[in-house]
Design a protein around this ligand. Structure first.
Ligand code: R5P
Length: 297
């Protein structure tokens, strides 16, 4: 559990609380120890089931506020609803903004998150936001095992900057795929910008949800002449049911994700999980010492 791993890094105990359900399904939480005048860090990714996790976080923050906590920081390593950060058509909500408003409404004064889908979500908050990145953590894990002749692949234009950071780390060229999203589960690669012929590929993304984006990317790269040596690295492994099947391609050597989202299915030889607990603990140590976290970005 990520909260325990962060607490271990900081040499503190995880505070006791219960998170349960009333018979009708409503969220029921209770703090089992005082937090009066305490600095409280609530660790909760708003990963699936997104609404349940969001309401649990809101309820716990409200409990802390009413119990007179000095300051409440929400550590939301994976910030759900981040893809709803703008209106794609008329009469649509901006649900990422709604989630930000809700967190602030219950007294959360500081948010720590990792690889936000888009950086402008920070602007949805009045509260301080520390947006960390897992890129150095993922690069350290990958460094010694990457094949030669590598290209770093951004599966869409929006991930260019992210991919560029990996490319800089490995001294590799960046290739960009142009993705058209047909629906929440279907995507199509329409163009490839860059040359992948006879190259091994590292596909990087902020999240793997249904696995559709990666699966389409793998097909497009192989069709464009890439070697069947593909590694996938993403910060958030949502890995919804069916994602494993989509990623189960003989060319996919490894899928590396972090533990921003708790993953049940570890019986998957190609899947590797690296912890971002040291990254978050480092940020909290600096925060508590009123120091800068600039070197963690
Ligand atoms: C899209 O903009 C994101 O960066 C991911 O590429 C996408 O959300 C992954 O979703 P899926 O695995 O369902 O294709």
């Amino acid at each position: 559990m990520l909260a325990e791993a962060i607490a271990y890094e900081l040499d503190v105990q995880v505070g006791a609380c219960t998170v349960d359900r009333f018979p009708d399904g409503e969220v029921a939480v209770q703090l089992l120890e005082p937090v009066r005048r305490k600095e409280v860090f609530l660790v909760q990714s708003t990963s699936p089931p997104v609404n349940d996790h969001l309401v649990e976080l809101l309820a716990l923050a409200d409990a802390c506020r009413r119990a007179a906590a000095a300051r409440i920081t929400a550590i939301v390593p994976y910030f759900g609803y981040a893809r709803a950060d703008k209106r794609h058509g008329r009469r649509e909500p901006i649900t990422a903004r709604v989630a930000a408003d809700l967190l602030e409404a219950v007294g959360i004064a500081h948010v720590v998150t990792v690889d936000l889908h888009t950086p402008q979500i920070e602007g949805f908050f009045h509260a301080a936001v520390d947006s960390l990145t897992a890129v150095p953590t993922l690069c350290r894990e990958l460094r010694d095992r990457l094949p030669p002749g590598l290209a770093v692949v951004s599966p869409d234009v929006g991930r260019m900057r992210f991919a560029t950071e990996f490319a800089r780390c490995f001294g590799a060229p960046v290739v960009v795929l142009h993705k058209r999203r047909e629906s929440g589960t279907e995507t199509e690669v329409t163009h490839i910008v860059g040359d992948v012929s006879r190259r091994a590929c590292l596909i990087v993304d902020d999240m793997i949800s249904t696995g559709g984006t990666v699966a389409e990317s793998v097909t497009a790269l192989l069709e464009a002449g890439a070697r069947p040596e593909i590694i996938v690295a993403a910060t958030h492994g949502l890995l919804l049911p069916g994602a494993r099947d989509k990623l189960d391609h003989p060319a996919v050597r490894e899928v590396l994700v972090t533990d921003t989202v708790a993953i049940d299915d570890r019986n998957w030889p190609q899947l590797r999980i690296v912890s971002i607990a040291p990254l978050i603990a480092g940020a909290l140590e600096r925060f508590l010492a009123d120091g800068s976290i600039g070197d963690l970005y």
